[in-house]
Structure formats: C-alpha cells, structure tokens
Write a protein that binds this ligand. Structure first.
Ligand code: F6R
Ligand code: MG
Ligand code: MG
Length: 364
C-alpha cells in the first residue's frame, strides 16, 4: 500500500473585519487554486478557516517538506494576499514574512503540520485549527490524549496502547529537540511542556511500533521576525482509533477550556474555547482564543469530511466555563497574569511604549 502524506498549511493573509474572521473571497480563491492541481500534484484538499487564518488541508504522495507542495501553498497565499489587498482586508499578507519562496514555507511565516503514513483499513483523522494563540497551546491537549489515563481510558484498557507513546519536544529558543518516552518519563516531559511558550510537542509516536500518531505546527512568528507579527495560530493533525486514542478520547482534553497565551494583541492569557466552524470568529476582545476540529475519514488518500467535531452540545459546558473564565480574567485589565509576563511581552509593542520613560527613572 502506497503511503499518503497529509499536509496542513496555514497563514493569516488578511482578516475580515479586523483580525476577527475570513472574507469568503479568500476561501473561494484558495479553492480555485487547489482545484487546478487536484488529481495531479495533490490527491484531495479542503479549505477551511479558523478566525482570520486560512487553512489548506491537502493529501498527496510527495512526502513531508516537499518543495512543490509548499510552493503550491505559498503561491496560494501570495495570490490570496493580492485579493486581500484589493479588498483592503486587514493585515493583508501579515504572515508572509519573506518576498520570495525558497523551497520550504517553514521559517517564512505560514504554519505547517504534516505526516506521512500507510493508510490503515480505516483511517479516522482529527485536524485541529486554532486562532489567537501560540503553538504550545497543543501541549496540554496532547499530554492528556497520549499520556493521561484519567483522560484517555485506552491507555489502561487497550493492550495496543498500553505500551505508551513517545513525544518529540522542541525547544523553540535554542532550536533543539528531545525524545521523551512516556509513561516512564512523564515527569521529565511535564517539566518542559509546562512552559508552552518555549517547549512544544512536535510529534507523538506509538511506542510499540513507532507509528506516527500526531503532528503539530511549531513555528513562532515573533521569534522568526524578532517582533510581534500576530500570534501563530497553530494547527495539529491527530490519527485516531484502533490502538490510538478513540475520536472521543482525542476530543476529551478540550472539555476543559485550559488557559493559553494569545488573545488581544497576542499579549493576554485566556481560555481555549472549543467551537463549531460557524463560531470560529473571535470577536470579544479579539477572542477568546478558539479551537475548531475537522474530522475526516481518509479513503485512498481522499478526504471524506469534514465533520464539525466541536459543534456538539457536549462541549456547551466547556464554552460556558470559557465565557466565565473570560469574564474573570478580563476584570484584571492590564494586570498580570491576564497580561502576559514581561519576557513574553518583549515581542509585542509594549517595549516601544516604555522606552520614553527610560530617561525619567532616577536611582533609588
Ligand atoms: C491577536 C491579533 C489582534 C491584534 C489587535 C491589534 O493575535 O492579531 O488582537 O493584535 O487587533 O491590531 P493592530 O495593532 O493591527 O491594530
Ligand atoms: Mg490577523
Ligand atoms: Mg489569526
């Protein structure tokens, strides 16, 4: 059986209105562009949006980090930016940090999550897409899915999962990675991933056969650009069932709207709110941060779906809790820990504001 590659490549190329959502013209343009190569360069595709981020979901046989696939995404974002400029959409082309494509979209602004695998007899896939937060936002959820038996029952009950999973954790500041085998090394891993601004889970593999189970986008725009250019708004691919967490176990971590960094001006902590596709348009204080999940069955590389996984009443309590947490945090105004800590604020526009106070400080 030939291997299939799933590539999810995303960028914010202009918001409508402001940074809240997506103009339909950009989605139409992306669909037109990808239709031109469907059945040729790519097998199948879907175009979605989460807030102001355009999400290109593509299947193909070219493997990960493929130049042609990345160029297709880059060119689509470039053409979308021209359209966004015509319509004077907000922040047109904001995530395209470079002018010319150099072989791979990594480090150029767009976010990428990819994986290659042999399609199983039946292949359920969950694709998560977030807005108004950072790549480390997946850490908590991935830990719960693949390492916490109080969340994923299969870790205890299913002999095919009982051996646990290995996590590839990246240090975004020092560009290093470490493999952590769980459950043996859970405490070591938590010591790292509890700092999601720096340590980010990139991949998860099943211990018994090294099968890939999850892949995330890990670029940090502010670290690439050295300044604030919007939050990264990451994506994540998770395979489910038959010796991997069940679909419901993959979704379960999001029943708790845990706190993530992002929200207004990429400078605030807020609850991570799971929503249906139609609610992926953050409005209150440019948020709160959102996550959607598109469910698919792969069939010979074709995408059956998407199913809108969070448009389910069983996530109503999570949304209600998120709104309560949002109320509570908002009342702190500019005070930490609603506002991010000083080192995180380094990459925002706050240092410019503080500069003028510098000379007025006198020694105590
Ligand atoms: C968050 C985000 C927005 C903007 C905010 C200010 O990721 O993109 O919250 O930071 O709307 O935007 P400007 O400075 O462009 O007016
Ligand atoms: Mg934006
Ligand atoms: Mg966004």
């Amino acid at each position: 059986m030939a291997k299939v590659t799933l590539s999810v490549i995303k960028a914010d190329i202009g918001g409508f209105p402001g940074h809240s959502s997506m103009h339909p013209a950009l989605m139409e343009l992306a669909k037109r562009e990808l239709t031109k190569v469907k059945g040729k360069l790519i097998k199948d595709f879907r175009v979605l949006h989460c807030g102001d981020d355009l999400e290109l979901i593509m299947t193909h046989s070219k493997g990960v980090d493929n130049k042609e696939i990345h160029k297709l995404a880059w060119d689509t974002f470039k053409k979308g930016t021209e359209e966004a400029k015509k319509l004077k959409l907000y922040g047109a082309g904001q995530d395209l940090l470079k002018d010319t494509f150099s072989g791979n979209v990594k480090g150029m602004g767009p976010g990428v999550a990819e994986m290659t695998f042999e399609e199983r007899k039946s292949e359920p896939i969950m694709i998560f897409m977030a807005d108004k937060t950072e790549p480390g936002a997946w850490n908590y959820a991935l830990y719960k899915m693949f390492a916490d038996p109080f969340s994923t029952a299969g870790l205890v009950i299913d002999p095919n999962m009982h051996g646990g999973f290995t996590f590839e954790v990246h240090d975004l500041f020092e560009h290093k990675k470490v493999m952590l085998k769980c459950p043996d090394e859970i405490y070591d891993m938590l010591a790292l991933i509890g700092q999601p601004s720096r340590y980010v889970i990139k991949y998860v593999f099943r211990n018994s056969d090294k099968e890939i189970a999850a892949s995330t986008s890990t670029q940090r725009l502010s670290l690439l650009a050295g300044r604030y250019v919007g939050k990264d708004d990451p994506v994540m691919i998770v395979r489910a069932q038959s010796g991997l967490p069940a679909v419901g176990e993959v979704l379960e971590p999001f029943s708790f709207p845990y706190t993530v960094a992002g929200w207004m001006r990429g400078s605030h902590h807020g609850p991570f709110m799971p929503v249906g596709f139609c609610d992926a348009r953050p409005s209150r204080f440019d948020g709160p941060p959102r996550v959607i999940c598109a469910g698919f069955q792969l069939s010979g590389g074709m995408l059956e779906g998407p199913a809108d996984m969070f448009s389910d009443v069983s996530f109503d309590n999570a949304r209600n809790m998120a709104n309560d947490v949002a109320d509570y945090l908002r009342r702190h105004g500019p005070f930490e820990p609603h506002r991010l800590s000083a080192d995180e604020m380094e990459y925002t526009t706050l240092p410019d504001v503080l500069k003028k106070l510098g000379p007025r400080f006198k020694k105590l």
